[in-house]
Design a protein around this ligand. Sequence first.
Ligand code: CP
Length: 356
Amino acid sequence: MVNQMVDENMKFSRVKPDVFGDAHPKALLKRIQEDGDKLQILSNQHIVAADQFDAETLLQLFRLASKYESNPSRYSNPLKGKILISAFYEPSTRTRLSFESAWHRLGGDIMSITDRATTGIAKGESLADIGEMFNNYGDCVVLRESNEESVTEMTSTLRIPIINAGNGTREHPTQAMADLYTIFKWKPELLEGNGEKIRVGVIGVPSFMRTVRSLLKLFALFPDMFEEVVLIHDAEDKDMFTPGQREKLEAKGLKLTTSRKLDDILPTLDVVYINAIAWVGDSYEEHGTRFKLDKNSPLKKDAIILHPLARGDELSTELDETPHNWYFSQARGAVFLRMALLTCMVERTERVLDVI
Ligand code: CP
């Protein structure tokens, strides 16, 4: 007879708790007509900044992401035989692991670098030369690097695509794509062009928070769906935007306002996006830490909260069990969004189009 020992303290449940926001990826399939040509364009593009995209290409990516999310086991190996070089020279939980999860889920193989000191950079090798080597070893590069120029430096020699996974204070385009994908899943009616508009509050500083900077660029591709985007901050007004940044967004039709009073604005917002961290040099800075969301915050009943994470005290865990929590769905959906983007960038789109 087998003597079975069960330590009750070590037991866990495999039942996934309800995560708000996971319900509706299929709604995007109904509302966005498939157009493979828009996705084929991505096969010879590096992805460095959010404003490289047009609205239609993004919608096609969201459609493919929602196909993956609706039926994850249907697509097991479109990237079979392809190798991803995952180079993260800055800390990351979500971006690195979700890119790597996305690639694995599509059947590809991965080489991962998590410390620049283990590469030839430690011997003074240029990024351009490392890029030349990457051409021989892999089919796609994902790079996170504090130096804002590194990703562009590598594009000079790369003949395989590179994706910017966060470059200092500059850009984080795939995070912004995951954020917008979440908003469309939450309210697919926004795609119907029937005049429905939302009010969004962004707690953050667009001049030096890469997530906020990239997100506003994507919002500016869909200006008609926003009644207003309110930037909530305690930075000096002169530090809020880089020269010309606000003007460029407004020229595209995005209605931007600013406020220093979170609780006055909260009751008017449909979407609250919060972030308190900017990665600067070799460390992070916290900004706007006096702005906090918790269960007593005067949120609209149906408002959703997004956060690119990692979170600090600005977002109370009390909100995790409420329907306002779409930040976990946002992080989960990023895997499917990245699956869609990677498929297109390594010329495997034809393997997944027209597959229901
Ligand atoms: N959102 C985001 O960039 O998280 P990580 O720093 O964990 O990758």
